[in-house]
Design a protein around this ligand. Structure first.
Ligand code: 13P
Length: 251
């Protein structure tokens, strides 16, 4: 089996000022394991530079929560991949369901964002996942197929291992309704099968995370699933002790 280093990411969403981010890191960083797990923190744009600086002497990498696909242009309010990498950001969350639902993010834009991130040397964390309604109507596989195929349409074989996929069923995000470990494993294994259809030699190297109400008390069981290589954590990542406990579940 491929040797995939687990990746545990804290998605702070629209939380934490610079001062709050610094106070968090002061508590969180001393307990971060030195190896065996990759830790990523995704602060809002305004706290990125402070977090890059705060984590400079550590293994923790900083990710943005979104970016535009163009390098520059008349796109008011947007930030590009080279702008992020210039300040030391190393990864970017793309296609989070909140961006898809509230801000009209489309698979077609993600098809451009993923390669734009790779060109700038950023690790793209591409989020996919079905709504509760889609699951009830047995559309999960169809939705995942569309999101994966379009999101990766411009990604070549030799770049695939530089992409991280996050399976986040929308019905489990911020609801306290975690997917059962077997349910999460089933969807993540299906995503790996989809990858293998197009990238038979590389699919086993791709890290696929689970996200959706991951907490200290359910993380161990989720991380024990064969195809789940880490977590993208929202609410519980806002508390440094809780996130540290979740990170520990991957080691
Ligand atoms: P919660 O952990 O709050 O459910 O959020 C998950 C998520 O959206 C991470 O990106």
């Amino acid at each position: 089996m491929a040797d995939r280093t687990p990746l545990m990411a804290a998605n702070w969403k629209l939380h934490k000022t610079v001062a709050e981010a610094e106070a968090y890191l002061a508590k969180f960083l001393p307990g971060v394991p030195e190896d065996g797990v990759e830790v990523v923190v995704c602060p809002p744009f305004t706290a990125l530079a402070a977090c890059v600086e705060g984590c400079a002497a550590t293994q923790v990498r900083i990710a943005a929560q979104n970016m535009h696909e163009a390098e520059s242009g008349a796109f008011t309010g947007e930030v590009s991949a080279p702008m992020l990498s210039e300040i030391g950001v190393e990864a970017v969350v793309l296609g989070h369901s909140e961006r898809r639902t509230y801000f009209g993010e489309l698979d077609e834009a993600l098809a451009l964002k993923v390669p734009a991130a790779l060109r700038a040397g950023l690790l793209p964390i591409l989020c996919v996942g079905e709504t509760g309604d889609e699951r009830e109507h047995e559309q999960t596989e169809k939705v995942l197929r569309r999101q994966i195929e379009l999101g990766l349409i411009e990604v070549d074989d030799d770049q695939l291992a530089e992409v991280v996929i996050a399976y986040e069923p929308i019905w489990a995000i911020g609801t306290g309704r975690t997917a059962a470990p077997e349910q999460a494993q089933e969807a993540v294994a299906f995503i790996r099968e989809l990858l293998a259809e197009r990238y038979p030699d590389e699919a086993g190297d791709v890290r696929i995370l689970y996200g959706g109400s991951v907490k200290p008390d359910n993380a161990t069981e989720l991380m024990a699933q064969a195809d789940i290589d880490g977590a993208l954590v929202g609410g519980a990542s806002l508390d440094p002790e809780d996130f540290a406990a979740i990170v520990a579940a991957a080691t």
